[in-house]
Design a protein around this ligand. Sequence first.
Ligand SMILES: [Zn+2]
Length: 449
Amino acid sequence: VTAAVPRSVTAELVYADGGFRAGWVLELAPEGRIRRAGPGRGAEAVFRDAALVPGFVNAHSHAFQRVLRGRTARAGAAPDFWSWRAAMYAAANALDADALYEVSRAAFAEMVAAGYTAVGEFHYLHRDPDGQPYPDPHTLAERVVRAALDAGLRIALLDAFYERAGVDADDLAPEQRRFRGPDGGVDAFLSGVEEFAERWRGEPRVTVGVAAHSVRAVRPESLRALAAWSARSGRPLHLHLDEQRREVEDCVRTYGCRPGELAARCGVWTAYATAVHATHADGDELDAIARGRSRICVCPTTEADLGDGIAPASEIARRGIPLCLGSDSQARIDPFEEMRRLEQHERLRLERRDALGAAVSRRGPGAYLIDVATEGGASSLGVPAGALGPGRWADWVVVDLDHPVLAGADAETLAETLALAADPRVVRETWVGGVRVFPRAGPASGSHP
Ligand SMILES: [Zn+2]
């Protein structure tokens, strides 16, 4: 299905340069990029009683974990992170390629309906349920990418390297057999990533990067190889970091330093790198991440669901480390809730109202949180989206200004209202590459004269 991209669009309010502007027109190129943005009069598509916000970017997702929702929450089912992880492994091992496509597509459809336009899929399911390689080693990655495209979502597939069960293990545990990449270690893995990236080169909605699962699951010499490849190719590298205190303790015991420091020694912290969680990171680790001009992705709904702890968001932001957000385990799929929790977890932790957005951004918490949830994620994934400006993909959310949740909001207060008080009910439409992807049927709300 190819839908025509309108030549120009406008709405009552358009989010640009950290605020909502009236009389703002976006001119689009036929391939779905924004050509020009600025004051103007009239447009081919006019969204009435609506505001356009850049599409939200979900910088950290494991789509298949959507099957766990509700199932690990019953009394005694998974009292801590590690027993939750055992349940997650059981779910992962039960999915064949078709089932993985179905659950991924359902998760991605939920994302599109919630206002996400791009996802960073941290993908570590590689082998078949018996642990044997598929004839095409990217069979499962291929299905996940197809699921995203079929749901209408832009995707950065972050192919994840995973080689051992823990810092003192030589190999994976039996229940981790599907996480193993191709035979031949990290070099064979990276050749495979390059082949997969080449396969998708002509599809602008798909980009490919890498992930190192964690310092637990990847040896230092492999971390070094992944980081060097990322820096050389300019492709993103994501790494789970300091989600659980036990990871920090294991790392200190084995290597004599904390995970962020070990990653620094391996050259991980470059402008292409993103640490996921950093829940228990200390000041020295954050300094190393800041020196490398790397990023941190916080996943507040998942961290709350798993009882991980609260990321030191204002210590991160004060160092100038760009933040982004992810739905991670899909306990919730709601970019508004991620924004609100990022800010309000910090208020609860520090017992003050100006904990994060108001303290680090002169534009106020609303614009700060929207930028984290849009531009922050797009930069982490290396995707030119996340802002409604020239050269970016035409990815946006049509926010329903008629919705009761937004009653009383105006250009001055809409950013704070969206970031701190809204939810996906205000998402009237979602557009990716200048094409409406949610809702799927019926006419678009923009009037076409
Ligand atoms: Zn994760």
